[in-house]
Design a protein around this ligand. Structure first.
Ligand code: ZN
Length: 461
């Protein structure tokens, strides 16, 4: 059994790990590098393996940094089978098509820029909508949680709840035969226990080695309850000042979780019934519809309440703005609106327009509710930037800035440690974390052989 690392190595994006065993080449995730234009070269670089020689891709979940290079893999010759849960398959379709659309737009914009400068090169997108559509043909068997899938004689993969987003999984592989057995688990991205809607993460049984995410390996989240209180308070304060609340949000999970709490707030009388909420993200709208179709992923309590057609997200003042024109109309609202829009790190998407129209206003608020990678606009604003560069203008930052981190879809340090403790692997590979965080987390692990792979590094298991 051999494992090599091709993304999210000492960084949080681009997850891609290759396992070679039983004569098969199995890729776990094939994600996009995210966080600024400088990463486009990393995405376009060779994978470090032959795409055509990959037999399987096991996809942990539908976030772009885990599935975003799949269309490129297919474009470069992959003809194997992509295996994932039914919910992830649906979400990944939306995520990959959206990504392809953005890649095409970016290439067109670059092409116009070169033409204006009299240059002849024609920039190509990383992949096109057609590549993304082709990728859908390679999604094969749907994995059910805790039901092993056979990849080769003696080689089985089992998907377990990761509690991170709808359909998300940790995956463990078992190789048995010739009197030897080997096992390795991939945490995928791990969520927190005790969230609404999703079930808690389920650790795999004892394995020989584990590849583990460390996004928040250096910190503890505030409690969920205090985060919800903070959210309600921030909304109330902003409305009393006559401003809008802008929430840059990830389209998957976070948007739905926020809608869930906004509905609860209205139902409990803690938020005004007249509050107008705009979900201004075609992808988040599609994801919300996919959520409604997969109550089998809900935890027992949510299933009991919402498994029979009752909508966990419906609140009286909720509007879905799919069309660009409807989104632009929101710029005319001067106060009393909560606008949820992507992208979560404000690196692109409609939220940049809402930031342009609200950041300079003292009575408005921007609430960051998710992870903000280094180099992103979200991180700059959180770190206290005086201006934000948007659409060629430097917009002064006068709005109230809130960072509420208890909503994280990622497990915090103690949850990661508890998961690791239950898995009990003798060898651990840390991935999907910034280097300093990884070192701090690694220092807490005892009795394990610790590795922090770099890009392209390979190990014999
Ligand atoms: Zn994720």
């Amino acid at each position: 059994m051999k494992i090599s690392f091709h993304g999210a190595d000492r960084g949080v994006t681009g997850s891609c790990h290759l396992l070679e065993c039983a004569g098969k080449r199995v890729l776990i995730d094939c994600g996009l590098y995210q966080g600024g234009h400088e990463l486009s070269e990393e995405n376009a670089a060779p994978f470090g393996f032959d795409a055509a020689a990959i037999d399987y891709v096991l996809l942990t979940h539908a976030h772009l940094d885990h599935c975003g290079r799949l269309p490129l893999l297919v474009k470069r010759g992959f003809r194997g089978e992509i295996i994932t849960t039914a919910a992830t398959r649906e979400l990944a379709r939306v995520v990959m098509l959206d990504s392809a659309h953005l890649q095409e737009e970016e290439a067109n914009w670059q092409a116009r820029k070169s033409a204006r400068r009299g240059r002849e090169e024609i920039p190509q997108p990383l992949y096109s909508m057609l590549d993304a559509l082709n990728t859908l043909d390679y999604f094969g068997r749907a994995a059910a949680y805790e039901q092993p899938v056979e990849l080769a004689p003696g080689l089985r993969a089992t998907f377990l709840d990761a509690g991170h987003i709808l359909g998300s999984a940790s995956i463990y592989l078992q190789l048995e035969g010739a009197g030897r057995s080997r096992s390795v688990a991939f945490s995928g991205d791990l969520g927190n226990s005790g969230r609404p809607l999703l079930r808690d993460p389920v650790p795999p049984p004892r394995v020989d080695a584990v590849v583990m995410e460390t996004t928040y390996g250096d910190r503890l989240h505030k409690s969920l309850k205090s985060s919800v209180d903070e959210l309600y308070q921030a909304i109330e304060d902003t409305f009393s000042r006559g401003g809008n609340v802008i929430i840059p949000t990830f389209a998957l999970e976070r948007a739905q979780e926020l809608l869930y709490y906004l509905r609860e707030g209205v139902e409990d009388g803690r938020l005004g019934k007249s509050m107008q909420v705009f979900l201004d993200s075609p992808m988040a709208i599609s994801a919300t519809e996919i959520f409604r179709r997969h109550p089998e992923c809900f935890d027992t309590e949510a299933f009991a309440r919402f498994g029979h057609g009752r909508d966990p997200f419906m609140l009286p003042g909720l509007h879905f703005t799919r069309e660009t024109a409807d989104s632009m109309d929101l710029n005319r609202i001067s106060g009393g609106a909560v606008i949820l829009a992507g992208s979560g790190m404000a690196t692109g998407g409609r939220v940049r327009h809402h930031l342009k129209h609200n950041l300079w206003r003292q009575n408005s608020s921007v609430i960051f509710v998710g992870f903000a990678a280094k180099g992103t606009l979200a991180r700059q604003i959180i770190d206290g930037a005086k201006t934000a560069h948007l659409f060629g203008e430097d917009i002064p930052v006068r709005a109230h800035i809130y960072t509420i981190n208890g909503f994280s879809a990622h497990a915090d340090r103690d949850e990661l440690l508890a998961w690791h403790h239950r898995v009990g692997a003798a060898r651990i590979f840390l991935v999907h974390g910034e280097e300093g965080v990884m070192r701090q987390f690694g220092a807490l692990l005892e009795n394990t052989q610790l590795e922090m792979p770099t890009l392209g590094q390979a190990y014999e298991l």
